[in-house]
Design a protein around this ligand. Sequence first.
Ligand code: HEC
Ligand code: HEC
Ligand code: HEC
Ligand code: HEC
Ligand code: HEC
Length: 242
Amino acid sequence: MTNNPDTPAIDGESPSGLANERFQFPRWANYLFPVLLLAAIGVLTYIPLLGTLALSPDTRAVGYQPEQPVPFSHALHAGKLKLDCRYCHSTVESAGFAAVPPTQTCLNCHAAIRSDSPKLAVVKESFETGNPIRWIKVHDVPDFVYFNHSAHINKGVACESCHGRIDQMEEVFQAKPLSMAWCLECHRAPEQHLRPRELVTAMGWDAQTATGKSQTQLGAELAQVYHVQPTHFMTSCSTCHR
Ligand code: HEC
Ligand code: HEC
Ligand code: HEC
Ligand code: HEC
Ligand code: HEC
């Protein structure tokens, strides 16, 4: 499917130069009508269906904060201990998904630190049985939306632009709407959000304070250096629905 605005529209001119002759539908076109009608009904039901799926209430709201099987605190691990996000979410730069860390990552420290704490009982059990911890997904866009982490990270879009101040959260909650309007707001003006790539996991970063340049100026410069795609690509339906 292409919705590329650059695709030339088909104009009425026929290659054989018969454009002025009165056009007549061939006979087989009669059979085409029912097919078109079915397709139209299909489209009409598909769109509200998309709408219903997109609006299922419990998961997609700002503030959504499910209770996790282990009282893991980002405020402690990412905030106080200053662990880089990529220590645990190691795939964000290379893959579409961000991946929650395997139990082994926790054991790197907790084999020794607080190993007998009841708060770590589930972690220990997971390690001993080999069954992964059943973390509950917080952020979730519907399946008909294509999203890719590395595409954002590698162009200088920061974790905090989409997830908020994770380093201050005792328990992760959804800080942004993740709606289509929200995605598009940034896609129409990405320069308002770009920062140097190597700082995407920094929290509370501010262009003016850090570089003396306004966000708009720095962002526009980075958009050039990183070859950020032009608006027509960023807002084309097929970029996110493929
Ligand atoms: C010590 C490991 C560790 C570090 C460091 C860490 N995280 Fe996490 N992160 C986790 C675990 C475990 C979960 C799943 C449990 C939860 O949601 O709290 C998680 C969940 C998340 C989620 C929610 C995922 C979902 O289900 O939608 C986001 C967003 C996130 N982390 C972002 C970050 C960011 C941003 C940083 C850096 C500031 C960071 N994390 C640092 C271990 C870590
Ligand atoms: C780099 C080391 C490190 C890693 C990796 C790490 N932690 Fe921790 N964690 C700590 C430290 C340090 C504390 C604080 C211990 C204290 O308060 O004395 C802590 C505390 C905790 C506590 C609170 C324990 C209590 O009894 O209060 C939980 C729960 C916890 N971590 C879960 C996890 C989970 C789950 C993972 C893996 C996703 C993880 N940690 C990865 C270092 C780490
Ligand atoms: C442009 C917005 C954006 C940026 C930047 C971003 N995320 Fe996400 N993140 C999302 C969305 C949207 C989802 C839900 C994805 C889905 O449902 O497929 C998500 C999901 C996650 C998850 C859950 C696991 C997964 O892949 O579904 C984790 C963990 C996570 N993000 C961590 C991070 C970290 C760490 C960073 C920075 C290095 C980051 N994110 C940067 C938007 C973003
Ligand atoms: C804070 C800014 C920001 C937000 C929010 C944001 N994006 Fe993006 N997005 C970007 C930038 C910058 C690019 C990089 C364009 C490029 O490749 O040059 C991008 C690229 C993409 C691409 C193209 C990836 C590729 O590999 O071709 C997709 C798909 C995409 N975003 C989907 C989404 C979706 C879906 C959401 C909302 C859930 C979203 N984005 C939210 C800034 C953002
Ligand atoms: C930057 C990414 C992006 C682009 C570009 C985009 N969409 Fe979406 N779209 C989304 C996301 C994300 C959702 C899910 C919204 C939600 O869960 O609330 C969505 C949902 C939808 C839905 C379901 C109903 C709704 O509004 O929630 C329809 C229909 C839709 N998009 C059509 C389109 C059309 C037509 C275009 C082109 C004009 C387009 N989209 C361009 C990201 C995008």
